[in-house]
Design a protein around this ligand. Structure first.
Ligand code: MG
Length: 387
């Protein structure tokens, strides 16, 4: 068997959202199809992926380096020992040829997106849902059949005050969610604290409300927010600092006792190692939020997780960034802490199978082979155009 072709395209997100740092008006994402010569149900098996949310499409790197490297490699060098399926670890190594160490995001998103599409193809060839294939390879065949799923929201919008925020929270809880994350940092501290207090009063449990500052604070503001938010003991305080400012993060952690979440803007195993070594984070409570398709993909994430476990961190402390089906399978297959969701926010790229339903804060793993983009009509219509 072999990979016949790899195709990619860039799709605009068309979102009018903004967080504390930037707006999404120009945001795009790369969609990838990895086409094999394996026939299932009369058609060649193709694997799909997209580069999650918040990082722009990266087709130039794919076209210039990573796709040609894979297509030029001897097909058998990319297969498992039995020669009957793709081996994503070998495909990752093939893409990494002649790449200089460090400087990860220039390539980690492009490589990770292609890698995850290879996993989708491999899982379809194996006849397994992706989480089952991940569990077979990395987790002694143990996977979760349902995962905790929290909802992200509380974005800033013109004319959106506390009543509108509370209406949004009520709507999400009516949809089955039980934990919500809202943005902070886009207003003054007293205004944001008033939003947090109102949300807490409605939700009634500080373990069910998280806040996200999107790495927008300088030192003074990060410390001021940490002091202001600490008494509420929220589920977590996300990205209080620049993702690479480990010293400032350690300062925040020293005065903020409740959990801190971060890591969605770190793209390598070494970055996460630096984070947990130098960021003052605490393995017994803090949350690591790697975005797997943006960080070289699933095989590399297996290494990141093993590195974390060697240092006393549980897989349960990982809540990967990206409310999508790729992340859902990754949470289920590796037995991670939970999954996020952004229903209706990032257009066709948000969410799970069209009929997926969050029940009392839990989301079931899909059971069709692969990732299951075929059950997301709008997204799959775009992916199918690549065939
Ligand atoms: Mg975030």
């Amino acid at each position: 068997m072999r990979i016949v072709d790899i195709r990619e395209t860039s799709i605009a997100l068309k979102s009018d959202l903004r967080n504390a740092v930037f707006d999404f008006s120009e945001m795009t994402t790369s969609v990838v199809a990895v086409i094999t010569d394996v026939i299932r149900d009369g058609k060649p098996v193709a694997g799909f992926a997209f580069n999650s949310t918040g990082r722009y499409a990266c087709g130039a790197q794919m076209r210039a380096r990573f796709i040609p490297r894979i297509l030029k490699a001897p097909p058998e060098s990319l297969l498992d020992v039995a020669g009957s399926n793709l081996d994503p670890e070998k495909i990752l190594a093939c893409m990494m040829q002649r790449e200089k160490p460090g400087g990860h995001t220039e390539r980690s998103v492009a490589i990770g997106t292609i890698e995850v599409a290879c996993w989708d193809a491999a899982a379809k060839i194996a006849g397994l849902p992706l989480h089952a294939l991940i569990a077979k390879k990395y987790n002694k065949n143990k996977y979760l059949s349902k995962v905790p799923c929290y909802v992200g929201g509380g974005w800033y919008a013109p004319g959106k005050g506390i009543p509108e925020l509370l209406a949004e929270i009520r709507e999400k809880f009516d949809q089955g969610y039980r934990t919500m994350k809202i943005k902070v940092g886009g207003m003054s501290i007293p205004e944001d604290v008033a939003r947090v207090e109102a949300a807490l009063k409605l939700i009634g449990d500080s373990a069910r409300l998280a806040v996200d500052a999107n790495a927008g604070f300088d030192r003074e503001r990060a410390l001021a927010y940490a002091k202001a938010l600490a008494p509420y003991r929220l589920r977590w305080f996300e990205e209080p600092t620049d993702p690479l400012d480990y010293a400032l993060l350690a300062e925040v952690a020293a005065i903020y006792e409740a959990p801190i979440g971060t890591g969605e803007n770190l793209f390598s195993t070494q970055d996460v190692k630096n984070l947990i070594t130098f960021g003052g984070l605490r393995a017994d409570r803090d949350i690591i939020q790697t975005d797997v398709p943006q960080s070289y993909g699933i095989a590399q994430f297996g290494k990141t997780l093993a590195m974390m476990q060697e240092r006393g961190w549980s897989p349960q402390s990982v809540f990967p960034h990206g409310g999508n089906q790729m992340t859902l399978h990754i949470v289920g297959g590796f037995g991670l802490g939970g999954c996020e969701a952004y229903p209706g926010v990032f257009g066709m790229f948000a969410g799970f199978a069209d009929d997926a339903q969050v029940e009392d804060g839990w989301l079931k793993l899909p059971d069709r082979p692969g990732i299951g983009f075929e059950a997301q009509n709008a997204l799959y219509a775009e992916m199918r155009k690549l065939l």
